[in-house]
Design a protein around this ligand. Structure first.
Ligand SMILES: Cc1cc2nc3c(=O)[nH]c(=O)nc-3n(C[C@H](O)[C@H](O)[C@H](O)COP(=O)(O)OP(=O)(O)OC[C@H]3O[C@@H](n4cnc5c(N)ncnc54)[C@H](O)[C@@H]3O)c2cc1C
Length: 429
């Protein structure tokens, strides 16, 4: 039984990264509690694929085959322009692949695994304040309940039903883009490149996608066609000239320190426009985008089941943590969607952080080892963001590839040595 008010670790945020980090800690017998403001795990597929190297990581927990049972396997990343196929690389070797799985399925799987170890996510619990201390941090937690209000027109509202303090030795902020733990750390979160907007459409199609993800590069856009399980696909079209005043306004507010949104107790979240984007995601515009950027796509569009305009920022925290407070996942970095890097690399960060913290709480390592965690992942993300050294084309690279190095590098579903190998297979160094 863990002491719920004095666990070794409190994980704030039960997105994929928080759930996986808590699972890694629990497997190492570190007492851990996990809370999330949301009502339950997210209900849609946002980040939709696990990198081949992430599947290898999940194998350690016996989860690889469980994921693959629910997933659509992708063996090739193919690059196109308007005219057709230009280049391709393998995703994974032998039995390994890029596994397309809905984010909500992945979250449910991780939550179930945690439950088997006796750890249950405290949904509707918000880390309201986080204060580092001498031995332990103090986190004030608000529990929310729905309450009926109103006289003439009855309605329900979320209200704080209970407030209590948790005193963990470590707090892991896996609390996403608007991370309170990051803000408590006073870690700057600068923008490293301009935000990208994407129009995303999911639909049923008779297209034969041949276990490929197809990236269609235009002069100023990166567009991606994902096959999904169950005969569905997702097209994401970059919108280079689009701006959403609501999202930009919220961003300025956040940068000015008014950072507490979204305030709804809903897990379906982040940086998406619900404003005047209706015309952008109507079927006519979808067909215009297809005709303009990927006329080779001749599959049917049977029923559009999801459409949205999403804003993706490019940011990296100046530090991953200090003392008792550490970050993983979107709390520490944001990037574009094509390579599915933020979630996948976040899962590795959670794994690494859990291993370090477990060694520290057992007395097998000094807290200073967390400095290596900071340095390692800062360097991984500097490379993913193209800060400092960038990929360049070798003389053997296809001229088309050589003309699209930055766009291609951002779409490769890998990090670290696996990224280097994937890039080399395309003649990039
Ligand atoms: C519409 C949409 C489309 C996307 N498409 C893609 C894509 O195509 N490719 C891609 O790679 N990525 C995509 N993403 C991003 C992807 O979903 C994230 O990278 C991924 O979810 C990050 O996981 P995480 O666990 O780090 O953070 P999150 O999933 O954001 O989880 C953070 C959790 O912390 C909780 N939380 C926040 N504050 C507190 C608090 N104070 N107390 C308690 N809990 C708190 C939140 O409720 C949330 O559940 C998309 C996102 C959206 C919204």
């Amino acid at each position: 039984m863990i002491d719920e008010l004095r666990p070794e670790v409190l994980v704030v945020g039960a997105g994929p990264v928080g759930l996986f980090t808590a699972l890694c800690l629990a497997k190492k017998n570190v007492s851990v509690r996990i809370i999330d403001t949301g009502v339950w795990a997210c209900t849609h597929s946002y980040a939709l694929a696990l990198h081949p190297q992430t599947l290898e990581l999940l194998e350690e927990f016996g989860l690889r085959d469980r994921v693959l049972a629910d997933a659509y396997p992708v063996h090739t990343v193919a690059f196109f322009d308007r005219a057709g196929r230009r280049a391709q690389t393998k995703a994974g070797d032998g039995t390994n692949c890029l596994a397309v799985i809905r984010q909500d399925h992945l979250e449910n799987l991780l939550e179930t695994e945690l439950g088997k170890l006796g750890i249950h996510v405290d949904w509707r619990h918000e880390a309201a304040t986080v204060r580092p201390g001498d031995e332990r941090a103090t986190v004030t937690v608000h529990k929310f309940e729905k309450e009926s209000r109103g006289y003439i027109v009855a309605h329900t509202e979320w209200v704080v039903s209970k407030t209590f303090e948790v005193e963990p030795r470590f707090v892991i902020g896996a609390d996403g883009y608007n991370s309170r733990v990051r803000r408590t750390l006073n870690a700057e979160f600068p923008e490293i490149g301009p935000a990208q907007y994407y129009a995303v459409f999911e639909f049923k199609s008779d297209a034969d996608l041949r276990n490929e993800v197809r990236v269609a590069l235009g002069p100023d856009s990166t567009n991606v066609l994902w096959p999904l399980p169950g005969g569905q696909c997702r097209w994401g079209f970059e919108l280079p000239n689009f701006a959403d005043p609501t999202a930009e306004g919220r961003e300025s507010l956040r940068e000015a320190g008014f950072g507490d949104f979204p305030s709804e107790r809903s897990k379906d979240r982040v940086l998406m426009s619900r404003g005047d984007s209706g015309l952008i995601v109507d079927e006519t515009h979808f067909r215009v985008l297809l005709a303009d950027r990927a006329p080779w796509f001749t599959g049917s569009i049977d029923k559009i089941s999801w459409r949205i305009v999403t804003r993706f920022e490019h940011r990296m925290a100046k530090r991953y943590g200090a003392g008792q407070l550490w970050l993983a996942g979107d709390a520490a970095h944001l990037t574009g969607p094509a390579g599915i890097q933020s979630m996948n690399v976040g899962l590795f960060e959670g794994h690494d952080l859990a291993a370090n913290i477990s060694s520290i709480v057992r007395g097998n390592a000094e807290p200073s080892i967390l400095g290596f965690y900071n340095d390692h992942w800062t360097s991984v993300w500097s490379r993913l963001h193209g800060i400092g050294e960038k990929f360049h084309a070798t003389p053997t690279a296809d001229p088309w590839v050589a003309g699209h190095v930055d766009q291609i590098a951002a779409c490769l579903p890998a990090h670290g040595p696996a990224l280097t190998a994937m890039a080399e297979s395309l003649g990039l160094k």
